[in-house]
Write a protein that binds this ligand. Sequence first.
Ligand SMILES: Cc1cc2ncn([C@H]3O[C@H](COP(=O)(O)O)[C@@H](O)[C@H]3O)c2cc1C
Ligand SMILES: O=C(O)c1cccnc1
Length: 347
Amino acid sequence: MNTFKITPTNKEFIKKITHKINNKTKPIGSLGTLEIIAQKLCLIQDTLAPKLSKPTMLVFAADHGIVNNYPVSSCPQEVTPQMVFNFLEGGAGINVFCNQHGFDLSVIDAGVNFDFENYDVLINAKIAKGTKDYSVEPAMTKEQCEQAIKKAGEIVADKHAKGSNVISFGEMGIGNTSSASLLMSAVTKQSIETCIGKGAGLTDEGLANKIAILTKVQEFHGVSENPLENLQNFGGFEVAMMTGAMLKAAELKMTLIIDGFIATSSLLVAQEINKNVLDYCLFSHVSNEQGHIKMLDFLNATPILHLNLRLGEGTGAAIAYPIIQSAEIFINQMASFESAGVVNPAD
Ligand SMILES: Cc1cc2ncn([C@H]3O[C@H](COP(=O)(O)O)[C@@H](O)[C@H]3O)c2cc1C
Ligand SMILES: O=C(O)c1cccnc1
């Protein structure tokens, strides 16, 4: 499945980038994380003058069979299509933040248990009407998993062809924090219990039930060394599509802005398929879903924002965008010591 050709960024370029950043009219290091973001943008675009163009937000939605048989979520499955309608009508969190920051938003039906009419922002990529209940069988077939990865790649390629070079991935799928926890445990080898949180809003008792249910699921399937097998066994169609979308976006040398717990679980799988995907990622925030910080630690990733978000949909990525723009703007527009005629205190 590693058909994605992702070029690692050229780390030898870091010296030149650091030189440019350190010659801006400021004390060395004083723009903190903005300097790290600027360096990454330069590496991704292989230039000292990176430009962000046409930010894209892809929100993938799908249902999860487990939700109908076990109380792993505080919400019933119907909330997934209801929220998709909300996305299509422009009223959800992700809509307002995408409007605020000029993102082109598409909503992808990856596998919702409902048939939607045509909407301009809706892309129909339905694999099936929800996954199977993975407590008794694999969530999806190998073919469905491969189809999800491939279709998502095609959507990304289309956005790239239209001039986008910065992209984020959001999701909606009641029950998808369960898939994310199972994938996290499989990839990071941490116990399933440490990977499970309250999701959209379980009580303490609900959390204990979720842990008991998912512990049995993990015992039933075991953990595979093959990332695609884990995706098939207990992933979701939206989770698999985000994995495919991330790999394709990195292949196309786009800047990827990674959202919260569920999006990061897709990245955990993606980086097992091709480690180089990580060279293209910025991490928008650390989610309040308790496992997220451990995912970020595993990836050695520094989140931009700490806002106690726990919504998903891609919201954290959209909210972090103006900060990424500030990194782009300072490296392009700030004067250097030479051009401004300011004495460089480092000399
Ligand atoms: C109204 C509503 C809007 C949402 N938007 C995102 N999520 C988030 O919550 C869900 C995952 O949590 P769990 O695994 O506990 O079901 C996902 O759909 C995620 O995107 C929402 C959840 C709700 C209830
Ligand atoms: O961080 C997330 O992505 C998240 C957390 C809880 C519920 N839904 C999404």
